[in-house]
Design a protein. Sequence first.
Length: 229
Amino acid sequence: MFGTYVTLDLQILGQRHKDIKNGLSVPPKMTPSQLWHMAIKPRWCLKMLSTKRHSFRNIQGHVSDAQDLSSLSVWTQKQFDEKLSWDDVEWIKQKWGGPLILKGIMDEQDAQLAVKSGADAIVVSNHGGRQLDGARSAISVLPEIVDAVGNDIEIHMDSGIRSGQDALKAVALGATGVYIGRSYLYGLGAMGEQGVELALDIIRNEMDITMAFCGERKITGMNRKHLYL
Ligand SMILES: Cc1cc2nc3c(=O)[nH]c(=O)nc-3n(C[C@H](O)[C@H](O)[C@H](O)COP(=O)(O)O)c2cc1C
């Protein structure tokens, strides 16, 4: 489904221990460890120097306070809406008029409120485990949400999909679509565009093989009977 996504689980930024440990920042800061990693990968560095410079074209040039990566980062930090409410979601739906997809639903009650808001689809997601330490996994809450609102709204899922089998498990539990975040980013980091294609090929192949072993030719045939629950 194409439409506007509203992320519901990012009113504030979670405490991201790995980002702190790895010194992740925008723009990147050159720490001794990062300099060392660059020094031992000269081929990668040379390739990076010749790649196209990318920018956030949908923001830069439209938002006056976001001229470069540094000011863009400051501007982005200010966009988190701590007061986001279900009334706001309904307002967005009315203003937008097109399909609205709500991302970050993790329990039945919120799923029911999403249906009430007029949204067209929800993404069952714990934000890839990046927001709240100790939150349940998306795959574990998915069946409860499918049982609660599966007839009323389209249900998608992300967070933790690393293989074709992971994607199929979500589909078998009732998701009509799944997304990957880091799985393709790992490919991108390692081999650029080719790496993304390879990551997608691996996942597609795993799905194919798993469906064959399940005796299914069509993905729509996957359901809970294929899983040990
Ligand atoms: C580097 C990175 C940046 C992300 N930025 C956003 C974001 O701006 N908005 C959002 O809704 N989700 C964001 N996400 C979360 C993804 O949309 C998605 O929910 C998550 O990556 C899925 O989990 P997975 O990485 O295990 O597949 C980001 C994820 C990563 C890895």
